[in-house]
Design a protein around this ligand. Structure first.
Ligand code: GTR
Length: 427
């Protein structure tokens, strides 16, 4: 038995660690220290003319912005592979005590003559009396990490960290359910939504040389047939491209309503979700949870993580051109509010956490706000407020936003907002 004092320390430890979204030295964490910046106007075309109608946006301005993100930030992507196959590898009608049907399937495709597989876990609510809307999100540690359900295949892929039940960069049995606090699977199912997930590392292992084992080593041309070297795209683009392949699968599964796909991602996977939503308009709702720099947060606003820092720590996340903007964000042809604008008029939710200063919560809000004029072209209301709202007070209509108490995580509070948001827009 530990002493009472030690027991208290152990009880407090998770709390202490949570608040320790510690400040890294050499970065700005005070509003008053943020240097002045000017954002590019999403409604000013590259030739300077004003974009005043939704049809102008759809017919020309949107493509300009998308092209800037492809050239300067995330890179280009291949088209839909010709040989794309889906194999259901297991099915259980009575998973989770009868609440859901569990399907596991592989999305199989070829690139450069080599076979490739992304493994998808899917729960469909047994209460559904028709094709179900679905929440899809990548997981960080394998499908088995989202729930302790023993029927989930244990991932055999390379894992980034040797924690949460991973050893020697592989999952072990004790990794089952290790990430379940981020995935209230039963709650989501009971609200009538299917849940789908895949391990992002199946697509490209998340490290600087991961492209060698990922799909970026497979494809040599982009969707238009132009040469595509690995530095012309990026890990984020590879991950987002594979999400589109999962939507291709949804379109073949009569249990799923492929027109009601809500895509969610946390942190680097939030960046990925925003870019996936921008490049594939089949995602009906996009949710960015604490996505920060290179995600929802404005690059020109120097607060917390900077472009230079992210390009240094994670050079593989973005294309090679993005490096030219290290310390020179003002030269970027776009900023991240325009990434959110690319989702218009689809509903998007941007969520921050007050202790997650590294992700610049207010920069995420200001970005969501600066995307709102594009939504208004479509007659849709964006965040609807001028200032970042108080903690734990969600705002917004077609652009939802909240900053919740606590640190960098996905919590039940976040999910409660996403479920309400999806109910409002998808039901
Ligand atoms: C951090 C990175 C962030 C965020 C985060 C994560 O180290 O600086 O941009 O993406 O990782 O994905 O967990």
């Amino acid at each position: 038995m530990p002493s009472p004092r030690l027991a208290l320390l152990f009880a407090l430890l998770p709390m202490l660690m949570n608040t320790a979204d510690a400040r890294k030295k050499g970065f700005i964490y005070e509003e008053s220290e943020v240097p002045a910046y000017t954002l590019p106007d999403p409604l000013a075309a590259d030739d300077g003319s004003a974009v005043t109608t939704a049809s102008q946006w759809k017919e020309s301005r949107r493509a300009e912005i998308l092209n800037h993100f492809e050239q300067s930030v995330y890179g280009r992507r291949p088209g839909k592979p010709e040989a794309l196959e889906f194999t259901v590898t297991s099915e259980d009608e009575n998973a989770l005590g009868g609440l859901a049907r569990r399907k596991q399937l592989s999305v199989l495709f070829e690139g450069g003559g080599r076979p490739f597989a992304v493994h998808v876990l899917l729960y469909i609510p047994n209460s559904a009396n028709g094709p179900a809307p679905v929440f899809i999100g990548y997981n960080f540690n394998g499908n088995h990490s989202i729930h302790a359900d023993p029927g989930i295949d244990l991932s055999k892929s390379w894992m980034r960290k040797n924690d949460n039940g991973n050893a020697n960069h592989r999952a072990t049995e004790s990794a089952r359910g290790a990430g379940s606090s981020r995935w209230p699977v039963e709650t989501i199912l009971k609200r009538g939504y299917a849940v789908a997930t895949a391990y992002y590392g199946d697509v490209e292992p998340d490290h600087a040389n991961g492209w060698k084992d990922g799909i970026r080593s497979y494809y040599e041309t982009d969707a238009q047939g132009h040469a595509l070297k690995r530095e012309n795209w990026s890990a984020i683009t590879a991950w987002s491209w594979a999400l589109s392949r999962i939507v291709d699968y949804f379109e073949t599964d009569s249990d799923i309503d492929a027109e009601r796909v809500a895509l969610l991602g946390h942190s680097r996977l939030g960046k990925t979700s925003l870019w996936a939503g921008a490049t594939d308009e089949r995602f009906a709702i996009i949710i960015s949870n604490n996505s920060g720099c290179g995600g929802a947060a404005l690059s020109r606003r120097s607060f917390g993580e900077t472009v230079k820092q992210i390009n240094t720590s994670f050079p593989h996340w973005f294309n090679s051109s993005f490096k030219a903007f290290n310390g020179n964000e003002g030269a970027l042809p776009v900023d991240q509010h325009e990434l959110i604008a690319l989702l218009a008029p689809r509903p998007v939710y941007v969520a921050s956490a007050v202790e997650d200063e590294w992700a610049d919560p207010n920069g995420e809000f200001l970005s969501a706000k600066a995307a709102s004029p594009v939504y208004e072209l479509f007659g849709k209301k964006g965040v609807g407020v001028d200032m970042q709202p108080p903690i734990d007070s969600p705002v917004g209509d077609f652009i939802g936003y909240h900053v919740r108490s606590g640190g960098h995580a996905v919590t039940d509070f976040d999910w409660a907002q996403y479920l309400d948001f999806a109910d409002r827009h998808l039901k």
